[in-house]
Design a protein around this ligand. Sequence first.
Ligand SMILES: Nc1ncnc2c1ncn2[C@@H]1O[C@H](COP(=O)(O)OP(=O)(O)OP(=O)(O)O)[C@@H](O)[C@H]1O
Ligand SMILES: [Mg+2]
Length: 253
Amino acid sequence: MTRHIVFANRKGGCAKTTTAVNVAHSLALKNYRVLLMDLDPQAHATLSLGMVPNPGVPNIYTLLDGGANLEDVIYPSRIANLSIIPSSRNLSVVEIEGPCFSADEHRLSEVLHSKKMDMDYVIMDPPPSVGTLSVNALAASEEVYIPMPMHFLAMEGLAEMVRLIYQINAAWNPGLSLGGIIPTFYNKNTRITKEIEGDIVQTFGEKFLAPPIRQNVALAEAPGHGLTIFEYAPKSIGALDYDALASFIDERH
Ligand SMILES: Nc1ncnc2c1ncn2[C@@H]1O[C@H](COP(=O)(O)OP(=O)(O)OP(=O)(O)O)[C@@H](O)[C@H]1O
Ligand SMILES: [Mg+2]
């Protein structure tokens, strides 16, 4: 059975892409067949794997627009076991065109679930807004993990995300559930971190608090080289943390 996982948070810059890319690579290193799906017109996940976003080749936009089949948009990456559906700028049209666009909220789900896939994990990296693209990703997934920086107002953003999950459940996908909350840019010594962790455990229960990802400069540098953390700095705390997170997600099943 393929597990469809989305890393979502409507706020920007909370490490969705960093998490999607590095969890995908870590699961591939654990010998799972992984498909990373870049659903963001910024194409940061595509770039993070060292690929150049190219609107001229079949990509996620072509797939959602009905111009290509699933097989046509899946590309091998240089990493064993890891394939990618790349994105490019032309994907931004999807959010702007809204209802005129042929992709409704179910489009991705229909495409992904229409036939059996030769994958253990499909990992989705949506943009930081709640538009057509994020809703498509949430409608096509069984599990949503929320990367969340531990700072002021974090719980407010989390409450919004939980409301969104309920809305998705009611309107499009009753099978979607919260996998966990991932503390990102983590610094265990601050009081706010302890407060927010306490709030998460109290509200959701301990098992929904995923292992944290500490602040680590190598994680910020790696994408600029088109590399994952496991290629760029395999001994860094970033690699260690993402390995632990991937194991948590794997064992969560
Ligand atoms: N643990 C970390 N330590 C240091 N820098 C990090 C860490 N995690 C992510 N970053 C950096 O923070 C920035 C934002 O991360 P990222 O792009 O993954 O967030 P995002 O949620 O995908 O953003 P967007 O909302 O634009 O899609 C990037 O420059 C990334 O390299
Ligand atoms: Mg991103």
